[in-house]
Design a binder for this molecule. Structure first.
Ligand SMILES: C[S@@+](CC[C@H](N)C(=O)[O-])C[C@H]1O[C@@H](n2cnc3c(N)ncnc32)[C@H](O)[C@@H]1O
Length: 250
């Protein structure tokens, strides 16, 4: 279950509080040849793609949120094409130098769909291409779990108050986030949005096994987009880079 149907401009404001876009862009760009092709699975409001498009890469983004794709289409930018749809159902004849999924989007997919999605990522790679996955691992969930969250995000004259309730289903290894966003615009207008999502609690070994099953070899693992060392213990993201072992015959 996933909604993410609230105005993309509010997502962009919140995203800035969690992410380092410059580091993400450098990291992704370093894995492509000049003018290469990138596919962003779960592109949200197109934040990463706009940056890559501006650097001359040719980009495609897929997201299930109609509101986010609408924002992305109207946000401008060059060399980027957006597809409104679910990652599990996405298909194309295009091939890419880089296929990536960032900011825990992988965790949003139904667990039963992951194997097929990673195989699809492999199929969509050009020879020598890379897959980049940044997902929430077990410790992210264990250490950041809070039953109730009240957080404020500010930007562009807007105040967003996020009221969230988190719950875990340990038997399904599933984490549920139900949140209400209260937004006050600079002119005093107030609006409210309900957002909810379920995320599979993934583990490194599970994702590595899925990558191997898809014919992808892990070439690097980092604790962030500045190529920080992946922490042996404790919280922090996990960024995995993988390549196809060899071109498979069709
Ligand atoms: C935390 S956001 C990350 C968006 C983007 N990657 C970024 O870095 O800003 C998760 C995104 O995954 C999308 N999403 C979740 N499940 C999806 C699915 N099955 N197919 C396509 N998009 C999905 C949501 O709509 C949302 O935009």
């Amino acid at each position: 279950m996933t909604s993410f149907e609230f105005p993309g401009k509010y997502y962009e404001i919140m995203r800035r509080d969690f992410r380092n876009l410059a580091a993400e862009t450098e990291f992704l760009a370093s894995l492509m040849p000049d003018g290469g092709r990138a596919l962003d699975l779960g592109c949200g409001t197109g934040t990463n793609l706009r940056e890559l498009g501006a650097r001359g890469y040719s980009c495609v983004g897929v997201d299930q949120s109609a509101g986010f794709i609408d924002y992305a289409v109207h946000a401008g930018g060059t060399n980027v094409q957006y597809v409104h749809g679910r990652i599990e159902e996405f298909d194309t004849d295009d091939r890419f130098d880089l296929v990536y999924s960032l900011f825990m989007t992988l965790n949003y997919l139904p667990r039963t769909e992951l194997r097929g999605v990673l195989r699809k990522m492999r199929e969509l790679l050009l020879p020598g291409g890379h897959v980049v996955l940044e997902f929430g691992h077990l410790l992210n969930f264990v250490e950041t779990f809070q039953q109730h969250i009240i957080a404020h995000h500010r930007g562009d004259g807007v105040l967003i108050t996020r009221l969230a309730r988190q719950s875990l289903n340990p038997h399904a290894a599933n984490w549920r986030n139900e949140e209400t966003l209260l937004v006050r615009e600079s002119d005093g207008r107030v609006s409210m949005y309900d957002n909810f999502f379920d995320q599979a609690v993934l583990t490194g070994p599970e994702v590595r096994e899925l990558l191997a099953d898809a014919g992808l070899t892990v070439t690097a693992e980092y604790g962030g987009f500045r190529k920080e060392q992946a922490p042996g213990h404790g919280r922090g993201p996990l960024v995995i880079v993988a390549t196809a072992e060899e071109a498979r015959s069709a």
